[in-house]
Design a protein around this ligand. Sequence first.
Ligand code: TYM
Length: 358
Amino acid sequence: MLLYQLEKRIVAAKAAESVNEMDEKKKVMLSGIKPSGDLTLGSYLGAIKNWAERAETFDCYYFMADLHALTTRQNPADLRRRTLEQLAQYVACGLDPEKNTLFIQSHVPEHAQLGWVLQCYTMFGELSRMTQFKDKSAKNADNINGGLFAYPSLMAADILLYQPDYVPVGDDQKQHVELTRDIAHRFNGVYGDVFKIPEPYIPKVGARIMDLLDPASKMSKSDDIGNGRICLMDQPQDIMRKFKRAVTDSDTGDHCVRYDRENKPGVANLMQIYASCTGRSFDAIEAEFTGHGYGDFKAAVGEAVVETLRPIREEAARLMKDKGYLENLCRTGAEKASYIAMKTLRKVYKKVGLVPKA
Ligand code: TYM
């Protein structure tokens, strides 16, 4: 009997080992979203939707970038609510917590710790050139704080702690990932191969979803005006109303629905959204709406979005009521993330000459 149990254990250990070996070979993917506003269709199509499809092939880490949210003034109660709601939405969007490591950035202190070290390896000129810094400074002229300026160094730390191969982001974050690569190269140049150099991973469709009322601006979760953006928790009637009002152009021809980003930015944006939600190509969409005006097209896009978001909204609302479940997720996610983050931070501290804690 004892022998049988021993054999069983050996078989189980071998199986676990081979699973671990498989995991070791998996490439690592990491990304985050700051809970500075309610998640939008832009965050979903540009980021989360693509993450959910990767869990089988990659070792994935996704977090709520709450420390980043502090770079603009937040109402504390709203920030807490949005951070947990974002976790519920991650799960509702298909990020299975058994297959993805989901955590809150501030629960893993190594982010702030490595962030400080990397600030010392990021140049003032580099930070001054960041488009997001320029945009945010213009929008928050009375609060251009140090955190807003040093934001990309913290983002570099978020990424490099986990030694990822890929960082899936929308178009607007590409510059920050490129700076992360520069910082990693600089650090490795001095201390040897400490950091893996990550690649940005930008989706072909949906990388830049624009505001429905102002197709020249990105659909943003932090902007106050609500009618140009769709939030994941919006009710169907509100989604339909916003699409009805979406800006197009004065074209009335049979082929007014066609993809021309430069000359028809409003229509191109709606086509991106429709393509992302239905999986149809631009050619197929043009064929579908030949002979139809913008009224029909906008209603169809609205309906596709309603149906895409319906299960997400319902599941997120259900999970939000289960605080125990969400807290448990936060705890286990942070534990898993910390294990990896601590290893990298220890290595960095040693390389730069900090005395290890006895
Ligand atoms: P954030 O919170 O502004 O946006 C989160 C993700 O959503 C994408 N995104 C969009 N994609 C397409 N169209 C849009 N309208 C749209 N709006 C947002 C963004 O490109 C991003 O991928 N600094 C980051 C958060 C962050 C991070 C990180 C990301 C902190 N640390 C480490 C990756 C790795 C940010 O502010 O994203």
